[in-house]
Design a protein around this ligand. Structure first.
Ligand code: ATP
Ligand code: MG
Length: 380
């Protein structure tokens, strides 16, 4: 490459990075308030739909509102993935087993004309990543591969250990024998909203989400492709040094907490607080609700007792959720902690993966997700 072309390429990279940063700031900025609003809307619509069970025509209206709010929530979470601000709970993931776990899901989505081949790494290989998001990223790549092979073909899922500049990486790739990409398409493929699919068929957010996820997880995304020669898309993630995968990564816990679980709820937004209190009551929890950290500390100091502290991370005035959790642990060392937030940049999220007695729930969430998180936490 000539010096001029190298400089142009560097400039293009910088421009791309600045664009992604601007998108990140925009979506991160609106996400917090937007998520709080959607939490309330989803909660209200869920309650209405249930209360109106004997009025089907009205229940239907509540159901429509619920679905619309959930679509809004889905869009916000997609934008967060693109802008690398989505809530991630990294854990140690066994890459070979993760690929195997994709197979049943693929059988349901791929046509019979596509054969799937699994090429696991001969030795166990683990990476550190959010398992749910990694699975969804891999499925995203497989759907792209499927769409590139309308006449059928071969899809290869591969795990490999590679040496990266910053140490060993786990490389997870999806390879297809489809139509491939022109250099122009390849260059723009990770751009948000870029799609070559017909109107309504693709949002163009798939690869940009996977790109954002890989970057946020300390890894990267690489695309190799040529027209008529198929494509190989690879997610490279830092290899986990402790080889044993988290037991939680495969264990299935009950979907609802045990009856009477004692929850100390801390949420500064009164609307959200009321909603969550009601959700918790419906899940059979015994809840004490507080508007700020000091009130919560008082409740803890009075002797509770509580099984779980469920706290918003971002609270104005004095104690934020993380500080509250630190104080609370001094009073009850074994206390389970469930952080919630519409924001995802808090450093607390980076340490969560190491503390099995703490978890994170991104707003907005449905009652079922709340139930599962509480059940998971109580089970450790
Ligand atoms: N495996 C592949 N083979 C050929 N082209 C691909 C492949 N993966 C992605 N592309 C190209 O990159 C574009 C962007 O992909 P991306 O996943 O971001 O969006 P999409 O698949 O079009 O829509 P969405 O994923 O949001 O439903 C695609 O429209 C397609 O042109
Ligand atoms: Mg796609």
């Amino acid at each position: 490459m000539t010096a001029g072309r190298t400089a142009a390429a560097a400039e293009e990279k910088l421009r791309q990075a600045q664009k992604m940063e601007a998108i990140g700031r925009l979506s991160g900025g609106i996400a917090h308030d937007f998520n709080n609003l959607l939490t309330v809307v989803i909660g209200a619509a869920e309650t209405l739909a249930e209360a109106l069970a004997d009025r089907p025509e009205l229940a239907q209206v509540a159901q429509v509102a619920l679905e619309a709010a959930e679509r809004g929530a889905e869009l916000v979470s997609q934008l967060m993935a693109v802008s690398r601000t989505q809530p991630l709970t990294p854990q140690t993931v066994d890459c070979n087993r993760m690929l195997e776990g994709l197979l049943p899901m693929l059988q349901r989505t791929l046509s019979r004309d596509i054969t799937v081949r699994l090429e696991p790494w001969p030795d166990p290989i683990c990476c550190r990543a959010d398992l749910t998001q990694l699975t969804s990223a891999m499925l995203n790549l497989c759907i792209n591969a499927r769409d590139a092979m309308p006449e059928g073909g071969r899809l290869i899922l591969r795990a490999a250990r590679q040496e990266g500049p910053d140490g060993p990486m786990a490389a997870l790739s999806v390879e297809d024998t489809g139509e491939g990409m022109t250099p122009e398409v390849r260059a723009r493929a990770t751009e948000p909203f870029f799609t070559t699919k017909p109107e309504g068929a693709g949002s163009g957010l798939g690869l940009s989400m996977v790109y954002g996820f890989a970057a946020q997880s300390g890894g990267r995304l690489d695309i190799e492709s040529a027209p008529g020669r198929g494509s190989r898309v690879t997610i490279r993630l830092p290899q986990a040094l402790d080889a044993a995968p988290d037991p939680g990564a495969t264990r299935l816990s009950p979907a609802t907490p045990r009856p009477g679980l004692r929850v100390l709820l801390v949420e500064d937004d009164a609307l959200v607080r009321g909603q969550v209190e009601q959700r918790l009551a419906e899940l059979g929890c015994a809840t004490r609700a507080c508007a700020d950290g000091y009130e919560a500390l008082d409740a803890l100091a009075m002797g509770g007792p509580f099984d779980v502290l469920m706290t918003d991370i971002n609270m104005p005035g004095g104690l934020n959720g993380r500080q509250l959790a630190e104080h609370a642990r001094l009073l009850i060392p074994n206390l389970r902690i469930l952080f919630t937030s519409g924001h995802t940049e808090d450093p607390v999220l980076r340490t969560l993966g190491y503390d099995p007695r703490a978890a994170f729930l991104g707003k907005p969430y449905r009652r079922a997700e709340l139930g599962r998180k509480l059940a998971d936490l109580a089970a450790v």
